[in-house]
Design a binder for this molecule. Structure first.
Ligand code: IMP
Length: 205
């Protein structure tokens, strides 16, 4: 049985403004006062984990211990089957210091060619890991997925990251071409959040 969330304050263990906003919006129905790790002056730990869950957990665990409050963190990325799961936990890092996702998407295509795979239609999924940790070290972790295929060249200006090369299963356009509410309804982050709510916020699940 997952531990239930019974506190009235929660730290969002992220220094990414977009993620803080998104997670704060997701928490809005639960009458929990949220604050961001940055607002509390917490350091940003290095993502040294080998999995999405490990990275989410190390961020949440560090924030919970430092703030003496429960903390929620996420880690996410694009997993390409023919690249043995890459870019995976390196999804952000493939865009380099300049956060150049055109270059990161070109690298996915080039690496597929090098691997002898066909980029168009290559199987891929996005993963989102969420970790909710308490100051006593207890953590509850969840993962959500959205499966689909890659398509080149990148298409669409909506969304972010690898959205312009990802077509979710059952749809004919990329995440980059979808309105954000439509993407959001399908997304890996939403799936992971639904699991978190069902397990730890059951009155609202
Ligand atoms: P994180 O901040 O370490 O979780 O990095 C996640 C990276 O994965 C982002 O920078 C994006 O490159 C990629 N990513 C995660 N979720 C999505 C998504 O919904 N669309 C496109 N790219 C995503």
């Amino acid at each position: 049985m997952a531990r239930k969330f019974a506190e009235d304050r929660l730290v969002i263990a992220s220094h990414n403004e977009g993620k803080v906003r998104e997670m704060a919006e997701l928490m809005a129905p639960f009458e929990v006062a949220v604050c961001a790790a940055g607002e509390l002056g917490l350091a940003e730990p290095e993502e040294t984990g080998a999995t999405f869950i490990a990275n989410a957990e190390l961020k949440a665990r560090a924030a919970a211990a430092a703030a003496d409050l429960p903390a929620l963190a996420d880690d996410s990325g694009l997993v390409v089957a023919a690249l043995d799961g890459l870019p995976g936990i390196y999804s952000a890092r493939w865009s380099g210091a300049g956060r150049d996702f055109a270059a990161a998407m070109a690298r996915v295509e080039a690496e597929l060619v090098t691997a002898g795979a066909t980029p168009e239609g290559a199987d891929a999924h996005f993963t989102s890991a969420l970790s909710l940790c308490w100051p006593d070290g207890h953590c509850e972790n969840f993962e959500g997925y959205v499966h689909g295929k890659l398509s080149f060249p990148p298409r669409g200006d909506n969304g972010f990251g690898y959205d312009p090369i990802f077509i979710p299963t059952g749809h004919g356009v990329t995440f980059g071409e979808m309105p954000s509410d439509k993407k959001y309804a399908l997304s890996h982050r939403t799936r992971a959040f639904e699991k978190l709510v069902a397990a730890c916020f059951p009155r609202h699940g």
